[in-house]
Design a protein around this ligand. Structure first.
Ligand SMILES: *[C@@H]1O[C@H](CO)[C@@H](O)[C@H](O)[C@H]1NC(C)=O
Ligand SMILES: *[C@@H]1O[C@H](CO)[C@@H](O)[C@H](O)[C@H]1NC(C)=O
Ligand SMILES: [Zn+2]
Length: 409
């Protein structure tokens, strides 16, 4: 066992196996038009782990983005043809897009024209604590399998505020999520705009830019397309931390196959990241009125639940606030979002963090963002889009919080 471990884990590192490359990997957008075609894609995603589903099969006429390695292209194209799938190549060469993802300016310190390593983000959070004494405090939301902290900050200008919880980076490869959330955090502290100052100072903020720190580091050091945690299973590594929360766990849209990208884990909260973060959330739940989770990509604004199409008690309120938020987001750059209950309009998915928060604490205002884009860059959104994404997203967060104030007590 030890020998096997050495062979599989230590050796490639020592030998400098380095980063996975994605030369000539294509992302193909497939549109299943019948239920049979949807089922076929589901079957492929469960069984063929050479294919990486960037977005999952959901329903007829909803597109599915699949990354295909070059050696699998002939076989995959054959399947597309044989079953008459409508399809289009969305990314010709994933490695090329990865190579162009980072900004032109060299990376040092911290900012929003590049994507940053975990330590840069954490150092920046620490610097805020020093720079804004009595306003920004360091908080730890939990820990990771490899022993990293889930580090965050609390921003509080006065006592008695309602709480907003901001969760980002739970899926490792969705780099625009931590980048957007740190952009928003910076604006809360530095903006002179009266509306931004209002939400900054009249809510308490609990902000966690990287809730899957092992996975995030792994996307920087080893495999840009890593999604899951890094816990060691029998056959494969990691579980999907957004299918692992203990509310309607494994109730659709999640996999029991350890090697799947949507593996729900061996049980609810099997992952230390979700377990420890859920304990932290529990400890402050009575203060939290708003829960915002940030993912990418697809440009969606989602409300609970993922396991059921049933409308939750304040569905109309969340839809009405969501409609205004969507309009606010579109105003600056025309970026169009789709709004809806996860299961009804988007896809069935269970075990997500937002659903657990809502289902456990009845938190009134909860949204999950799927940020830019709609698939031309997918997870590898160029760093030049961080600031525009941050700006438009903050416009919508502002609207949500202004509207939320009217309905929460
Ligand atoms: C999907 O789109 C096709 C072509 O536009 C249409 O004929 C079919 O009814 C649609 N199916 C569903 C389930 O919406
Ligand atoms: C403050 O920011 C909001 C949201 O971006 C914007 O609508 C508003 O015009 C800004 N106010 C000023 C005075 O610039
Ligand atoms: Zn995600």
């Amino acid at each position: 066992m030890v020998a096997l471990y050495l062979l599989m884990v230590i050796l490639p590192v020592v030998m400098g196996a380095g980063k996975a490359r994605f030369d000539n990997y294509q992302v193909i957008r497939v549109v299943p038009q019948t239920l049979r075609q949807v089922d076929l894609l589901r079957h492929l995603s469960d069984t063929n782990h050479d294919l990486s589903f960037w977005t999952g099969p959901t329903r007829a006429n909803a597109s599915v983005d699949i990354m295909v390695p070059p050696h699998k292209l002939p076989e995959f194209e054959d399947i597309l043809q044989r079953f008459n799938f409508k399809n289009e190549v969305y990314i010709e060469d994933v490695q090329k897009v990865i190579d162009q993802e980072q900004g032109a300016t060299p990376r040092s310190g911290f900012g929003w024209t590049n994507y940053y390593r975990l330590q840069n983000i954490y150092d920046w959070l620490d610097s805020l604590v020093k720079q804004y004494p009595g306003i920004v405090t360091s908080i730890v939301g939990g820990k990771s399998y490899e022993g990293r902290q889930i580090k965050g900050v609390k921003v509080s200008y006065k006592s008695g505020n309602k709480g907003v919880f901001v969760e980002a980076g739970i899926h490792a490869r969705e780099w625009i999520s931590p980048a957007t959330v740190t952009y928003i955090l910076n604006q809360l502290l530095t903006s002179k705009n009266a509306s931004i100052r209002d939400i900054a100072e009249n809510y308490d903020w609990y902000i966690f830019p990287s809730t899957n720190p092992d996975g995030y580091e792994y996307t920087h050091t080893t495999n840009r397309m890593w999604r899951k945690t890094r816990s060691r299973g029998l056959l494969c590594v990691g579980a999907d931390p957004n299918r692992n929360w203990g509310f309607h766990w494994m109730d659709g849209g999640a996999s029991s196959n350890e090697c799947s990208e949507t593996y729900a884990g061996s049980k609810a909260f099997s992952e230390i990241e979700t377990k420890s973060l859920s304990e932290y959330i529990t400890s402050i739940a009575d203060k939290i009125q708003v829960y915002l989770a940030f993912h990418s990509y697809s440009q969606l604004l989602l409300i609970p639940y993922g396991h059921s199409t049933e409308h939750i008690s304040n569905y109309d309120t969340l839809m009405s606030i969501g409609t205004k938020a969507k309009a606010a987001l579109a105003k600056r750059y025309g970026t169009q979002y789709t709004l809806g209950n996860i299961a009804e309009t988007i896809y069935v998915a269970s075990g997500g963090s937002m659903d657990w928060v809502r289902g456990t604490f009845n938190t009134p205002i909860t949204y999950t963002y799927e940020l830019r884009d709609t698939g031309r860059y997918g997870f590898t959104l160029p760093a030049s889009q961080i600031i525009p994404t941050g700006e438009e997203t903050l416009d919508s967060v502002l609207t949500i919080l202004q509207e939320a104030r009217k309905v929460i007590r």
